[in-house]
Write a protein that binds this ligand. Structure first.
Ligand code: CTP
Length: 410
């Protein structure tokens, strides 16, 4: 969805500026062209030379550069693009944008543009939570500025919380969403008239009112599949455990917390044509949940949690006599013997395909933007190369369309 799009990337002065190098690479991989403006402060974090080398264009930074002004002019610079992307959007840049200040080339272009603007905020958690930043954010949103992130996590300053700039892949996805309304971009609605149900994300299994058992799933792969299916014209329902993701355009998201709730929500949506079970469902929940917060009794004794098994959503639906979807696709999250374990799951769970992936910590798959998967079916195993999760989703949906064309399911 970014092919042929022109992105004016405004790099602000924050530690996250280094991620812009990766962002440019990602955008160009998706065949967008990138032109870069950097603020004076940004030069403390990343060099104009690296930005120029990656973008393949000169980097603009001086409002009063006569050559630039005669060649292109700052008004034209801001309007030549399809979208202006501010990354990292520091507290200072956000304040200037909200106030309509134009004290340098970056802020002048932001004020002069008639194109959509997106910001990827990045700052210390206290600055992000400060009333002034909240106010500026509300003003920018009201002005129609799109916002991606920030994410929660460890910060360069040693604190923890929201304030980390969104990852390059997330920013590229957000730009695709804004620039190409998926339905408008439909070239061939190969899944028109079909309903695809996807489970995504982790489940949270309560221990007491404030604690729960969870896992590291981000939901990105399931949401990416939802986005691709919607682009192909399908009706998309994502039954989602708790995530920080925006619903993909055109998809309906049904939020749930526990495995029990996820199973019930899935059953409520049947029948569907295709079921994709990408959720990292917790295998166990506590046998009982405390009504009140569990307290230390001062004796140093630690409580032990008795666990009980959760329902297997995929196996339940795949074996359902009445409402089994025409095509049932499971995932296999493995840390060893990936293919063999996936083949066992294909059989044991009764699904048609299994998308197997290695989720060992060193792969960065859980929570990351990329994945190396193997498509395991009764016909054999296809090894796919390392890809962005959105590309894995696109390829999987293409396979679904091919099956449909071949009349394997109707
Ligand atoms: N799954 C499910 N309900 C569960 C557990 C898993 O629907 N209670 C689905 C997942 O969404 C995935 C597939 O089953 O499509 C395999 O999940 P995975 O976590 O890889 O395996 P498990 O079934 O949990 O088995 P194990 O933990 O032994 O690997």
């Amino acid at each position: 969805m970014l092919a042929g799009k022109r992105i004016l990337l405004i790099v602000g002065g924050g530690i996250a500026a280094y991620k812009c190098l990766e962002l440019i690479r990602r955008l160009r991989e998706r065949e967008a062209s990138v032109r870069v403006i950097m603020t004076e402060a940004a030069k403390n974090f990343v060099t104009p030379l690296s930005l120029a080398s990656l973008s393949g264009d000169k980097v603009y930074d001086d409002m009063f550069d006569l050559t630039d002004e005669t060649e292109i002019g700052h008004i034209q610079l801001s309007r030549d693009a399809d979208i202006l992307m501010v990354a990292p959007a520091t507290a200072d840049l956000m304040a200037k944008m909200a106030a309509g200040q134009c004290s340098d080339l970056a802020t002048t272009c932001l004020l002069a543009t008639d194109k959509p603007v997106m910001i990827a905020p990045a700052m210390n958690v206290r600055m992000w939570e400060h009333a002034a930043t909240r106010r500026n954010l509300a003003t920018l949103r009201a002005d129609g500025v799109h916002v991606v992130g920030p994410n929660e996590g460890d910060m360069a300053c040693g604190e923890y919380g929201p304030g980390r700039m969104a990852e390059p892949g997330e920013i590229a996805d957000a730009l695709s969403e804004v620039l190409g309304s998926p339905l408008a971009g439909l070239e061939s609605p190969r899944l028109e008239g079909k309903t695809i149900l996807i489970t995504a994300g982790p489940t949270h299994e309560p221990i007491d009112p404030v604690r729960y058992i969870a896992n590291r799933s981000s939901g990105k792969q399931g949401y990416a599949i939802g986005a691709e299916a919607a682009k192909l014209g399908a009706r998309v329902i994502i039954v989602s455990g708790p995530t920080r993701l925006m619903p993909p355009p055109g998809a309906e998201v049904i939020p749930v917390e526990t495995a029990d709730e996820m199973l019930q929500a899935v059953k409520d949506e049947l029948p569907v044509d295709v079921g994709v079970f990408a959720a990292a469902v917790s295998d166990w929940r506590t046998a009982s949940q405390a009504d009140q917060k569990m307290k230390k009794d001062g004796s140093g004794k630690v409580p032990s949690l008795e666990l009980t098994e959760n329902p297997d959503i995929l196996a339940t639906i795949a074996s359902s006599k009445k409402d089994r979807p025409g095509l049932v696709i499971g995932f296999a999250a493995e840390t060893e013997n990936v293919i063999q374990n996936a083949q066992k799951k294909l059989e044991k769970k009764g699904c048609d395909w299994v998308v197997a992936n290695d989720v060992s910590p060193d792969t960065g798959v859980m929570g990351g933007d990329e994945n190396t998967v193997h498509l395991v079916t009764s016909n054999g195993v296809e090894d796919w190369p390392l890809m962005d999760k959105s590309d894995v989703a696109a390829r999987l949906m293409e396979r679904v369309c091919d099956e449909l064309d071949e009349g394997v399911w109707t």
